[in-house]
Each structure stands twice: as structure tokens, then as C-alpha cells.
Ligand binder design. Structure first.
Ligand code: MG
Length: 157
């Protein structure tokens, strides 16, 4: 059994889409990113790679590569899972915390968990998604960025 940790942050700007955990969320701002800017899935990818010492998401999916422009981050999760599966690892469970001042994320948590549970091929109760504010502090607190942290346990098949 191995544990991995992942972190990601994206700036927010008007006129961009906000997608977290594969859920499109209505907001007046969205992620500034080369891909779809889904911090939740990016943190999750890095946690999976961290557990198996498989590098990081930027190594697997070069952010300068035009083929990942506006890419659906579920593609990254699939790619990372393939690396894990090839190494004989499968996901045991994951625990994710999103740090965002706004919008309210609680109405979207179940949908995110369902998406991630499907992507990782684990039961719903093996996927935790929590949300927290940054108490008004810094850029996240000012609503200018959203960050996510993830912990994953990988189990040898
Ligand atoms: Mg990212």
C-alpha cells in the first residue's frame, strides 16, 4: 500500500469556464489554464503519481503541448491511471479538499464524487470531496484563485 499527495492551483478570470471534479460550475469567473483548468483532477493526478513515484502531471502531459489546449482533464486521469495499472497499482481511496472562497461548492460535491468514483473505478464511499474557504486571506481568499489538495492510497493489485 502506498500514499500519494497532490496539490494544484489555478487563477480565476472572467470569461473562462469553471470545472472542478469534472463538474461545470456556474460562476462569473473560471480557471486560467492551458487545459480545462480542473484543479481537483490535477491534484488527484499528482497524488496518484506521487504514490507510485511516477513523476508529475506536467511530465506526462506537457503544458506547452498544443494537443492539451482546453483538454478535458479526465483524459489526464485516464493517462495517469494507465501508468498506475501498468505498474500493478489500483486506487484504494482518495480524499480531496478544495480551497475556494466562492462559489458555494457543497451543491456540487456529490456530482464530483460520482464523477471521480467512475473515473477511478472505486466505490463512492472511497471518494471524499471536501470544500473549505481561505478565510478571506490572500489570492484564494480574494476569489482570484482556487486550489485543491488530494491524498490517495494506492493498493498493489
Ligand atoms: Mg493545474
Amino acid at each position: 500500500m502506498r500514499t500519494g499527495f497532490g496539490y494544484d492551483i489555478h487563477r480565476l478570470a472572467p470569461g473562462r469556464r469553471l470545472i472542478l471534479g469534472g463538474v461545470r460550475i456556474e460562476h462569473d469567473k473560471g480557471s486560467v489554464a492551458h487545459s480545462d483548468g480542473d484543479s481537483v483532477l490535477h491534484a488527484l493526478c499528482d497524488a496518484i503519481l506521487g504514490a507510485i513515484a511516477g513523476g508529475d502531471i506536467g511530465e506526462l502531459f506537457d503544458p506547452a503541448d498544443p494537443q492539451w489546449a482546453d483538454a478535458d482533464s479526465r483524459i489526464f486521469v485516464e493517462g495517469v491511471l494507465k501508468v498506475a495499472h501498468d505498474g500493478g497499482w489500483k486506487v484504494g481511496n482518495c480524499d480531496i479538499t478544495i480551497i475556494a472562497e466562492e462559489p458555494k461548492l457543497s451543491p456540487h460535491r456529490l456530482q464530483m464524487r460520482q464523477n471521480i468514483s467512475r473515473m477511478l473505478q472505486v466505490p463512492l464511499d472511497a471518494v471524499s470531496v471536501k470544500a473549505n474557504t481561505n478565510e478571506g486571506l490572500g489570492e484564494i481568499g480574494a476569489g482570484e484563485a482556487i486550489a485543491a489538495v488530494a491524498v490517495v492510497v494506492m493498493v498493489k493489485d
